[in-house]
Design a protein around this ligand. Structure first.
Ligand code: PHE
Length: 503
């Protein structure tokens, strides 16, 4: 078997085992100053190389139980009894003894043991029984054994005959002795290990270059340990950002690098900004309870500037002075006051445009949106949208396609196509699709278009506004090859840990 170079730990163990039999790792550790764990590891490696073999020995040891510990410390009850009586002059009445013996429950057994050993005798003097001791007996084997066991456990194999008998005696006393079994590993060299050890050079390989080795240049004369860079190592789980958050930050970076500024807006919006200002008619199916979360019992007192509200009402009714025919119905202002969890970030966009009437600009927003849909592998009730707008006197649909192609390419998605689509607030309207190589399919990513005059004119905006928006989670799924959107928020630690720290 080709074994390659030995690790310094293997080297040390191999050397140590030469000429020795049945070494436990603990013993080796003590005499080599290796750590027990290092010995065990080195032993495992050498075993796989066929240089070391091990066997397991089952050891039975006896230790003191709780009562045994007490007896070892204070003496056996019969010993304490005899001591007490001789301290009192060699005899005591049973009545006195009852009063002065420390633990009354122990007295009877103590008397029993002492009498059996003939350490004392009873006699009847005058009114009652009297206990007499002639001399203090010498320590028994039981007592010496107890004392020995106080400091360490004892292997049954190593006991003498009389100790064994004493152990038997002690074991009959409740709580004195407990028996424990444990396994001991014994190491020794195999024949291959013996011959390998004879070939070891006198200088071991260096496995670390220390400042002193460098200063003395001693490292030049010593072989360096080859390091197996492919050896399995324990996995290290670094703290890192959640994949959704990380992607979000990346998107933010990309928008900024394209010259966009971030805007924010409330999650809770009046219908006016979520729908009406976007020329979505009040009977539009998307507003239905199935799709939108309405906050019950809440109404905005004032949704916008009176002038804007009036213009929006006119636009819905007959197009106002935008040149449009409108939707041909009477827009109800109370409907516009109802509060919803925003269903898209376009609510943020339009509100920004109304509050900042500018000639030109580029802004984006990232935020949570809510839709009352059944949660499935492709739908969540709350998710993120990213949305951008670019406006100015000269912007065109081509610019938008260019910007989006740039955006996707910075996310590593290079194959993009645009497809006609429909939104009530844009004309023309498009849908972008990107080709996703790993899945070999085109995926719809975001909606876009140029805001209709019905949207911009009531706000006083004259220049074209390019707008696009779409879900963020879908992009995250493509990035990480996730095919169930719910997985992004289940926070399965195994999955989170498996994601690379750097992409
Ligand atoms: N708001 C649209 C959606 O939620 C996306 C969109 C944004 C479309 C801007 C056109 C313009 O899908």
């Amino acid at each position: 078997m080709s074994t390659g170079p030995l690790h310094p730990l293997e080297n040390r163990l191999l050397r140590h085992l030469v000429g020795k039999e049945d070494q436990t790792p603990e013993l080796v550790a003590k005499s080599t100053k290796m750590k027990p764990d290092q010995v065990r590891r080195a032993a495992e490696w050498l075993k796989t190389k066929g240089f070391v073999e091990s066997k397991v020995r089952l050891l039975r040891e006896i230790q003191l139980g709780p009562e045994g510990v007490k007896a070892a410390r204070r003496g056996l009850p019969e010993r304490r009894l005899v001591r007490l009586v001789s301290d009192k002059g060699g005899s005591m009445s049973l009545g006195d003894l009852r009063k002065s013996f420390a633990s009354p429950t122990e007295l009877n057994p103590a008397l029993g043991y002492a009498r059996r050993r003939s350490w004392l005798q009873f006699s009847q003097i005058g009114t009652g029984p009297v206990v007499e001791v002639s001399n203090i007996p010498r320590p028994t084997t039981e007592e010496t054994l107890l004392e020995r066991m106080q400091s360490h456990s004892v292997e049954t194999e190593n006991l003498t005959k009389s100790e064994n008998r004493a152990l038997g005696e002690l074991s009959t006393r409740p709580g004195y002795i407990v028996e424990v079994e444990h396994k001991e590993v014994l190491l020794r060299l195999t024949p291959a290990g013996k011959s390998a050890s004879s070939k070891l050079g006198s200088t071991s390989e260096l496995d670390a270059i220390t400042p002193s080795l460098l200063a003395s240049k001693a490292w030049r004369k010593r072989p360096l340990r080859a390091i197996d860079v492919e050896a399995p190592a324990p996995a290290v789980h670094l703290g890192k950002k959640h994949p959704v958050q990380r992607f979000l930050d990346e998107v933010r970076e990309i928008f900024m690098s394209l010259g966009f500024e971030e805007i924010e807006g409330p999650t809770v919006q009046p219908c006016f900004w979520n729908f009406d200002a976007l020329f979505i008619p009040q009977d539009h199916p998307a507003r239905d309870m199935q799709d939108t979360f309405y906050l019950s019992g809440l109404q905005a007192s004032q949704v916008a500037d009176r002038r804007i509200v009036r213009e929006v009402a006119n636009v819905h009714h007959d197009g106002g002075n935008t040149g449009s025919m409108g939707w041909g119905y009477d827009w109800d202002e109370n409907g516009g006051r109802r509060i919803v969890l925003r269903t898209h970030t376009t609510a943020v966009t339009i509100r920004y445009l109304a509050e900042n009437v500018l000639e030109e600009g580029r802004v984006f927003s990232i935020g949570k949106v809510f839709r009352n849909e059944k949660v499935t592998y492709k739908n969540l009730v709350e998710f993120h949208q990213i949305e951008g707008i670019a406006f100015g006197p000269k912007v065109s649909l081509r610019d938008m396609m260019g910007l989006l192609s740039q955006f996707y390419s910075r996310l590593g998605l290079d194959k993009v196509k645009f497809w006609p689509s429909f939104f009530p607030y844009t004309e023309p309207s498009l849908q972008s699709m990107v080709y996703f190589e790993k899945m070999n399919k085109w995926v719809e990513l975001c909606g876009m278009g140029i805001f209709r005059p019905e949207v911009t004119l009531p706000l006083g905006i004259k220049n074209p506004v390019l707008a696009w928006g779409g879900g963020l989670e879908r992009l995250v799924m493509l990035r990480y090859g996730v095919d169930d959107i719910r997985q992004l928020y289940q926070n399965n630690l195994g999955w989170l840990r498996s994601l690379p720290v750097c992409l």
